[in-house]
Design a protein around this ligand. Structure first.
Ligand code: FAD
Length: 517
């Protein structure tokens, strides 16, 4: 079984590796710079050195490496690394080989006999007859956005932050405020090329090699490395009406959110395009690093509202428009907002370009970078909570644990999604109810106070457990085998079967710690 090597196995491995480095040349590196980069991530909690890093120049390089590991008597582990924005070492390969997927940026993915338009970035190819893009697994979503916009097209399902790779988000789900209507990113993929854990190059879709297709989507990198994904596209809007409304009562806030996401047909003209929500706590200015939204002139009255109530819920929505819908979008929003029960006088609007809206987190990132606050520990916790448990969660977590501990630095997101927009054949795990909430505690901490955040995370999980709330972790970070079995629930058997089928030597993505806790 792959992963860590006891001495002298490690010694033998290093000898084999030197041979491999010689054969593959500069593509496989074991110098300190390469090792350092591949042994860290956005979380800054784990640091596991790989023995080497592969910078593939073609898909063949990936396939050869995996086949080689399968052949040796002690296979070594291999992890695809997208942009390394995991928080718990998921893209690391202790003593194994990390594959830097971004080095394939300009590699034109194999596309079966169909004529496509290459964008400036040759790793992204757009078919504007059938509205899809063939995109390399190591491409960043921001680049996909720019490339598709050149053709007046766009993907419809997004993450809040676009400097993540296609392979990285498809291995999880890829969610944001667009998921209630357009589903997570994994449900907007027509086809993929995958190099399996045995090194085989396989094209898969719901019709062809479907077991691999559904396994890989949300599969935490366990069955294969995504080298190409065919993403569905639609005509791109130009601008966005972006609105936030404040609530002091959680049940009213949740009721309004649920009402708004009940209008969710993909073609339904009067539906919103995006809906999220967040907590506002008594911690200074109402804006946080992820977005600056509220007009300066309203800051003081918002702060005094939050101070008075201790906790305020912010409902955030947007609706896209272009020159054809410019005159109707305002009316449609007014109709949608009729009957909502936000606090009078606490509705705020902005009108921004489509790109600025989708890329809204970037400026906050740049600010944090400039203050040295980006590369700090991120003890994140992301949960999916069934609708029937969300008020208990509010009472036990937001109004008790979070207020009592008062350590939250960073956004806390809370918004509902529709289960019907997900596909149960995929590996991603969600609660059983038709509507479920995502709650994301997106903290930043210092290097010497992160334990307090981890303790809070443990207390939250402990509360959910004791209260019998059927929560599931998103971007799961689970420490025991039994924990993983519980996490996957009825999907565990199929997950195990696929692992045996596509990665029998358990080589891929050891950093998830599913098979090698
Ligand atoms: P990595 O961290 O590099 O890899 C993640 C996992 O996927 C690893 O197990 C890795 O081995 C595997 N993997 C990577 N590439 C491939 C591939 N080509 N084929 C197979 N497996 C692969 N998530 C959301 O859903 N919505 C959000 O709004 C959102 N916002 C975020 C904002 C920030 C600032 C950050 C840091 C993260 C955010 N995330 C969000 C989480 C993010 O989607 C995941 O952490 C994702 O895994 C990161 O992508 P990455 O390209 O950096 O992947």
């Amino acid at each position: 079984m792959a992963e860590s090597f006891p001495f002298p196995t490690l010694l033998i491995f290093l000898i084999i590796l030197s041979g491999l480095i010689f054969t593959m040349g500069y593509k496989l590196r074991d110098d300190p710079e390469a090792i350092k980069l591949a042994s860290s991530d956005f979380g800054h909690f784990h640091r596991y050195n790989p023995a080497a890093v592969l910078y593939p120049a073609s898909i063949n390089d990936i396939s050869s490496l995996i086949k080689f590991s399968n052949k040796v008597s002690t296979p070594f582990s291999i992890a695809a690394r997208g942009h390394g924005h995991s928080t718990r070492g998921q893209a690391m390969a202790p003593n194994g080989v990390v594959v830097d997927m971004t080095s394939l940026k300009n590699y034109r993915p194999h596309v079966s006999g169909i004529s496509v338009n290459s964008s400036k970035n040759s790793g992204i190819n757009i078919n504007n007859n059938d509205n899809y893009a063939d995109v390399g697994g190591g491409q960043l979503w921001i680049d996909v956005l720019h490339a598709t916009l050149e053709h007046g097209l766009t993907p419809v399902s997004w993450t809040d932050y676009l400097y993540l790779t296609v392979g990285g988000t498809l291995s999880n789900a890829g969610i944001s405020g667009s998921a209630f209507r357009f589903g997570p990113q994994i449900t907007n993929v027509y086809e993929m090329d995958v190099v399996t854990g045995q090194g085989d190059f396989v094209t898969c879709s719901p019709q062809k090699n479907s077991e691999l297709f559904f396994g890989v989507l949300g599969g935490l990198g366990q069955f294969g490395i995504i080298t190409r994904a065919r993403i569905s596209l639609e005509p791109a809007p130009k601008r966005v009406k972006w609105v936030r409304m404040l609530y002091s009562d959680f049940s009213t806030f949740a009721r309004d959110q649920e009402r708004l996401i009940s209008l969710n047909g993909r073609k339904q003209r009067n539906a919103l395009d995006y809906l999220e929500g967040s907590l506002m706590l008594n911690q200074g200015p109402p804006d946080n690093w992820r977005s600056s939204f509220f007009p300066q002139s309203s800051h003081s009255r918002i702060v005094s509202l939050v101070t008075k109530r201790g906790i305020i819920y912010c409902l955030e929505v947007s609706k896209y428009y272009d020159e054809h819908t410019e005159t109707t979008v305002k009316k449609e929003l007014e109709l949608l907002f009729k009957g909502l029960s936000f606090l009078p006088g606490f509705l705020f609007e902005k009108d921004v370009s489509y790109v600025d809206f989708l890329n809204r987190v970037r400026s906050g990132e740049e600010k944090l970078h400039s203050q040295g606050q980006w590369d700090v520990p991120h003890p994140w916790l992301n949960l999916f909570i069934p609708k029937s448990s969300i008020s208990d969660f509010d009472a036990g977590v937001f109004k008790d644990i979070v207020l009592r501990r008062n350590i939250t630095t960073g956004p806390v997101l809370v918004y509902p999604m529709n289960r019907t927009k997900w596909d149960d054949r995929m590996s991603a795990v969600i609660p059983q109810e038709d509507v479920f909430y995502t709650v994301g505690f997106l903290y930043s901490s210092g290097f010497d106070d992160w334990e307090a955040f981890e303790e809070q995370n443990e207390e939250i999980l402990g509360f959910c457990d004791r209260a019998g709330l059927e929560v599931k972790q998103y971007l799961p970070h689970i420490k025991t085998q039994q924990g993983w079995i519980n996490h996957f629930g009825s999907k565990w058997k199929a997950f195990l079967k696929k692992k045996a089928l596509f990665d029998p030597k358990r080589i891929l993505s050891p950093g998830q710690r599913i098979f090698n806790n």
